[in-house]
Structures are given as C-alpha cells and as structure tokens.
Design a protein. Sequence first.
Length: 267
Amino acid sequence: MTATSSEHSRTASELLATMRASLSIESHLKLLLWLQGDVQRLLPHQALLSFSLGADHPAFDYDVVSLLPGVRTRELPPRRMQGIAASLHQRWTALGGKVVAGSCEQFISVDRGAPPSLGAISEMRHVLFHSIPDNRLRADHLYVMMRARSDFGEDETHLFELLLPYLDAALSRIERLPAPHGIAADPVLLLDAVEAGGLSAREREILEWVRQGKTNIEIGMILGISSFTVKNHLKRIFQKINVSNRAQAVGKLESLLRTGTGAVTYV
C-alpha cells in the first residue's frame, strides 16, 4: 500500500467516524464539541455560520458556532447577517448551486463601520460554503465555513459536501435556544459562562475537553498545540480552581454546570 493510499484510507476512516458521531448530537454543546473535534481534524476552520433563508420562509434564522472572541450569535447584528447570507446565497446560485471555495474578499464584504462583533469575521481570509434545499419549508439552509490561513483545497471541498447532510440533520434535531431579556443563550456561551476561578478562554476550553475524557495528546491535536503545552495549562487550571488532579477539576466543572452561573440557562 502506497503512502497516498494509506492517507486516503485513514481519511475515509476518520470521515466515517465523524459521520457516525454526528448521529448522537442532541445538544448545542455536543454540536460544538463535534465541530471543534472530529470535524476540525478533517476540515480545520475557525467559524461556522449557518443560515435559513427563502422567500416563503417565516423568518430569517442564523447561528454561529465558533470559539473566536466576540463571534457569537447574539452579538452579530441581524441586518448585517442577513446581508451576508443574501450575498453568499446569490453567488452560490449564480455559480451553479455547487460547493464554493475562495477568498472571503470575493464573497463577503465587512465595511469599516461594522460593529466590533464582526471584527473577527472580517479577519477571516478563506471561505467555503454550500446550501441544502428544504422543500418542505421552501427555504435553503446555507452553511459557511471560514478560516484565516490557507485556502480550502479540492479534497476539503469534497469532504465538506459529504459532511454537510450530517451537519444539517444534527442542527435539525437541536431546539433553538431563546435569548430572553438580553441574556445570551448561544451554545458556545456554555463555555464562556463557566467562571471557574477566573480561567481564561483557552483554559476553560481545555477543561471542557478534559471533562469529555480527552487525553493531553488528544486535546493537543484538537487545539493544534503540544501535549506539553496542554499539561502546563492544566497545572495553572488546578492552581486557579484549587484542585490537585483532573478528577477534582472535572468535579468542580460538573458542579458549575449543574448549578449554573448567574442567570444563564444551560442545556
């Protein structure tokens, strides 16, 4: 077996495992972990935008799944997001309704007067998008993957097309979270709201992966850092939340997730 065929075999195995894992997604947190774990290994990205739009669709909907600071569903202005969605959908239609890959500046325009919440999106350089028609609702579900470095290759475009029906099915199983009285109910805020001893965003992220049973090596692969760096992060986490091992740290996080923080409702 050649090196190339071996790589293809490994990719096919990872793709099947990723598809299978999508079938157990039943919450926003699981969706986030799936996208930042299994999908991230196949298709590195920093943000995934999803839109539902159509002439007969009762309302324009959008969701954002990202760990980029400030890039949260509730922080992104509806009018701006609707403009982005309409522009991308128009280009997708004009290009034959196929998976589209290219530079963000070709398809997305974020002007200087845009709110800070769009700042991180404006820094993305490469985009990959495709739409799935929903004939029952007479709408299209548009999915947009973005990243700052390296363009999306042909193989990644093909993988995105294969994975999209599984992403679409997973999202259809998840109930939309309300955002009452200005309180964010975005899925990623489950991580943001864990105020465990003043942990940084990266430390909260690592602690959540530990809670999911990932080893230091696995966490490093997911986050693109070394296992030694993960180990050092864990040492600081243990000091900050006054625990001595992984089990105690996970126990403290579980307690926070059960009781909640402030007025945020967890899923």
